[in-house]
Ligand binder design. Structure first.
Ligand code: PLP
Length: 454
């Protein structure tokens, strides 16, 4: 019987975050101010504490994790690495499949890996309150928890469609002391403007980000926190991959392929970056990012500058984007419904270091159910895209007549997503689509953005 779990002791919680910016084979284009001029770090001080701004632009390979953050990490870290022996059997493959399981955190996903340091640095800087957006509620609940632990108030703008369909995440936010409103809301200019034009708006992450940024920018006591996309968020998630490197060694295995799902790119990067460091040093590893076919920024978006939010309040980020006005069709993977992508992930895809694939919701749920039956853990709908990507790799290995070792990030459990599973099991789930016209319309705006440096 193969061993099922590889566990590390508490002293193996990483002491440093790994900053991939120090090792990129080609440099990244810089972010720009909203008007296209160079972005000065000082411009970000209205909404971020200086420590996080410095991490955002750092070129240091290693950044020390503060002790109070490691102490909180110890509530659930190190997380287990599992061999998916049951799923291998169910697939009838001789490929070895491993997964890093981030669902053991209090919020049930990888998100507290960054909410905790973000709340910590804000508290250190004397900030009293944080404002943020949330899609499915994973980020909002993770930030509410972190704020509670460091004595901060927390205000969450939750995408309307999830606010209505996932009430339990909202209750989690409130249980951890946060305040939650549906977005678009009547509490901000950005929200009121959207509602004036689209009274029935189901919301989007881009809209909710505009609301939270406006909240933070207009209140002296409030900063903004983002759950994905930015360099410092991806940095914090690298505890995942650092532990996995060590656990794969315990298992006597080296991944041929590393797979993660991508919304803004943080859980994928957290697992993949330490392995990409090995790839930069010559290791033969493929790295695959799996996104939803209904929000396909990497596979159908445009690589260039775009705003991170709908209202155009954030800096311009160099990234794959569907256009900041694009409102993705509602899918159960609320955490993957983002029009853009982390600049680091975009750059790595653009330079051929990372492959991108898009998968349809029904195909993902089919594999999520198969995985849950074989392994016991019911995956978050977002994570089912990574599982679909793994199955793709297994099928390719079979065609090529080879056996591969595949590692993926099971970034969260789906215990709050039973309505989605119910829809799938009762045959009522559909693959929602957008029209090419809608996409063309939203990406047309990108032609007016500054060009990427050659
Ligand atoms: C938020 C979330 C995602 C998407 O965000 P990334 O930054 O791309 O990781 C994926 N899975 C889960 C479980 C999430 O909560």
């Amino acid at each position: 019987m193969p061993q099922h779990r590889y566990l590390l002791t508490e002293d193996k919680i990483p002491k440093r975050w790994y900053n991939i910016a120090a090792d990129l084979p080609t440099p990244m284009p810089p972010p720009l101010a909203p008007d296209g001029s160079p972005l000065q770090p000082e411009m970000m001080t209205a909404i971020f504490p200086m420590e996080l701004i410095l991490q955002e632009v750092s070129q240091e390979r290693w950044i020390t994790i503060p002790d109070p953050v490691r102490e909180i990490y110890a509530l659930w870290r190190p997380t287990p690495l599992h061999r998916a022996a049951g799923f291998e059997r169910a697939l009838g493959t001789d490929c070895k499949i491993f997964y890093k399981y981030e669902g053991v955190s209090p919020a049930g996903s990888h998100k507290p890996n960054t909410s905790v340091p973000q709340a910590y640095y804000n508290a250190q800087a004397g900030v009293r309150r944080l404002a943020t957006e949330t899609g499915a509620g994973q980020w909002g609940s993770s930030l509410a928890l972190a704020c509670e632990l460091f004595g901060l108030e927390c205000k969450v703008y939750m995408v309307r469609v999830s606010y209505d369909s996932k009430p339990y995440r909202r209750v989690m936010i409130e249980t951890w002391g946060g305040e939650c409103v549906a977005s678009p809301s009547r509490e901000t200019n950005a929200g009121r403007a959207i509602l004036a034009e689209h009274p029935d708006s189901t919301g989007s992450l881009g809209i909710a980000i505009s609301e939270a940024v406006e909240d933070a920018a207009t209140r002296e006591d409030t900063n903004y926190a983002l759950g994905s996309v930015l360099n410092h968020v991806l940095l914090h998630q690298t505890v995942v991959g650092q532990e996995a490197v060590e656990q794969m060694q315990m298992a006597g295995a080296q991944p041929d392929v590393v797979v993660g799902c991508v919304g803004g790119g943080s859980n994928f990067s957290g697992l993949a970056f330490p392995f990409l460091a090995q790839k930069f040093a010559g290791a033969d590893i493929r790295v695959v990012a799996a996104e939803p076919a209904s929000c396909p920024s990497l596979t159908r978006g445009v690589y260039g500058y775009d705003f991170g939010d709908t209202a155009g309040m954030t800096p311009l980020l160099p990234m794959h984007s569907l256009g900041h006005s694009f409102v993705p069709p509602s899918i159960h993977s609320g955490g993957l419904r983002y029009h853009g992508m982390a600049p680091l992930v975009s750059h790595l895809v653009h330079t051929g270091m990372v492959e991108a694939r898009a998968y349809r919701q029904l195909d993902c749920f089919e594999q999520a159910v198969a995985f849950g039956r074989a392994e016991g853990i019911i995956p978050a709908p977002e994570a089912s895209h990574a599982i679909r990507g793994v199955v793709d790799e297994v099928e390719r290995a079979r065609e090529e007549g080879v056996s591969k070792t595949i590692l993926f990030n099971l970034c969260g459990h789906g215990n709050f997503d039973m309505s989605a599973y119910q829809q799938y099991l009762s045959g009522e789930m559909i693959d929602s689509d957008f029209s090419q016209d809608e996409l063309d319309h939203a990406t047309a705006e990108l032609a007016q953005m500054p060009a990427l440096p050659a």
